[in-house]
Ligand binder design. Sequence first.
Ligand code: WT7
Length: 659
Amino acid sequence: MSNESLANLLREERRFAPPADLAANANVTSEAYEQAAADRLGFWAEQARRLSWSTEPTETLDWTNPPFAKWFADGKLNVAYNCVDRHVEAGNGDRVAIHFEGEPGDTRSITYAQLQDEVSKAANALIELGVRTGDRVAIYLPMIPEAVISMLACARIGAPHSLVFGGFSADALATRINDADARVIITADGGYRRGKPSALKPAVDEALTRPGTENVRSVLVVRRTGQSLEEAGGVWTEGRDVWWHDVVDRQSEQHTPEAFDAEHPLFILYTSGTTGKPKGILHTTGGYLTQVAYTHSAVFDLKPETDVFWCTADVGWVTGHSYIVYGPLANGATEVLYEGTPDTPHQGRWWELVQKYGVTIFYTAPTAIRACMKWGDDIPAKFDLSSLRILGSVGEPINPEAWIWYRKHIGADATPVVDTWWQTETGGIMISPLPGVTATKPGSAQIAVPGICATVIDDEAKDVPNGGGGYLVLTEPWPAMLRTIWGDDQRYRDTYWSRFEGKYFAGDGAKKDDDGDIWLLGRVDDVMLVSGHNISTTEVESALVSHPKVAEAAVVGAADPQTTQSIVAFVILRGTANAEDEGLVAELRAHVAKALGPIAKPKRIMTVAELPKTRSGKIMRRLLRDVAENRELGDVTTLTDSSVMDLIQTKLPSASTED
Ligand code: WT7
């Protein structure tokens, strides 16, 4: 079934060759693959020369104690110097680093010279607050320039940061403060979300009443909304809380960056695993910065003089760390930073910003692309998107249908789409087409970027042949790899390196098509077993989304006495489709049967208005399984909007169909 279904998906396969001018001027050509294959470590040593080192490394990789890697271990550098100062020294101080757009419409453009001043002042302020090299700083901020400035200030003084996404609760914040033993917290009174101020500081106040957070000495607070703290439910604690404008603004703009070892910790970022204690993923400096700078240049073909880059992720996720902060700024890019949601005050807000800033490279997530599909083609059509030349996707498998919509309606049917596969743990992009080299295929991340070794293996750890499916693994260490789980080396070994000896197992299922291109099929835990056939949720979802009336779909396997599991689908219809349409469910089931074969036909299909998602936009299939199996819902605390589940549950008995 699996191979057959893939063949079905590929039947309509189209390939899009790179635009000729892009290919002719691309930062990276196909030679990079050959060069990296011939001498992988030499290739990475060369990429490390993109950075400015105060001591050039002579070693590339130390893998004598796997799975604990050291990259460029005898080199020394300062990450903030690489992301800011060196661009000013090179004469580009007047170039805009960040075009900030607040949700209410306030704006601020920050040049590299101004960024250098701001980062230096923030670094001096942290030192005044007693932060020393190696101390952890927790950052709990909205998407405002101070988030980027704070991260760079920490990097500048060698204090690893731990960002906690602003949508997380006081409990989640407390757990992360405790695990990293953070000494200082940088936060704001709040930020703007969906047209309203949304408070943050009260959650910090609450978190700091929890056991395990006693070592927090100072809370540095940015005034963003001007909302009264007391009215928002917070308290100002004298001696602990200080305003950014009181402490940072009066600091000197001079700060001499110190060089740190390439393996000095840069940040800890907690993965929002669905179960168990969150894992503090540890990243270090030299290797990480090398890979994010390289991939940002190669995958997005960044031309720092002319491009305007925009990654819509939140800085609180790894995508924001690597492709808002470290990769783009190391490359001297000009970029957009937007505080709010895509539909505030209207559903064309993103496209309005693309037009306003002349964005050339746009990087977002499939969940957002599908939301835009649902809102309708006419919305992006109202804006001039002709500046765009590259579109990226990350976070989930992108269904071919959404990929094609993205290319057609955002990219004028001409702009390459790069589907980039990676993880918090990998630090940087691992699998992706290169826009000037690869003929792209809708729905496939295709091949590992130069210098990265990824493959698909079976249960016996053997490479699957083309056309086969199995587990996605990484077979060689890479520069931006996580170094460990903070404080838990054994969990690091067990989680990532124990399933297949000597290989990093990422947790994702994948297939190789007849050309050897990789198709991501979602987490292996999500694979369904129906009458002896393994069926991936991603494939059935893609088949559903390829129906013109469906905007988004989530599929789960529910326990079934006859077939082990049966397929249950939850679908969101496109703007014009009618949920009461009698024949729709039958039509959709027939559509899936035609695309993938009768075995993949969902037993039940429910139309819903929203799907349960984590705050980073991933569908929480675990909760949908609870619904499909008529169980009480499990933990909903990582859900963006818990009312979604009430709505879905009320749908259950009436909208289902069986045969
Ligand atoms: C998981 C990692 C990487 C930054 C954002 C997510 C899924 C990510 C893709 C893609 C298919 C993808 C995988 C991966 N994923 N990108 N292009 N195609 N799946 O980081 O929260 O650590 O999640 O996201 O399942 O393992 P993360």
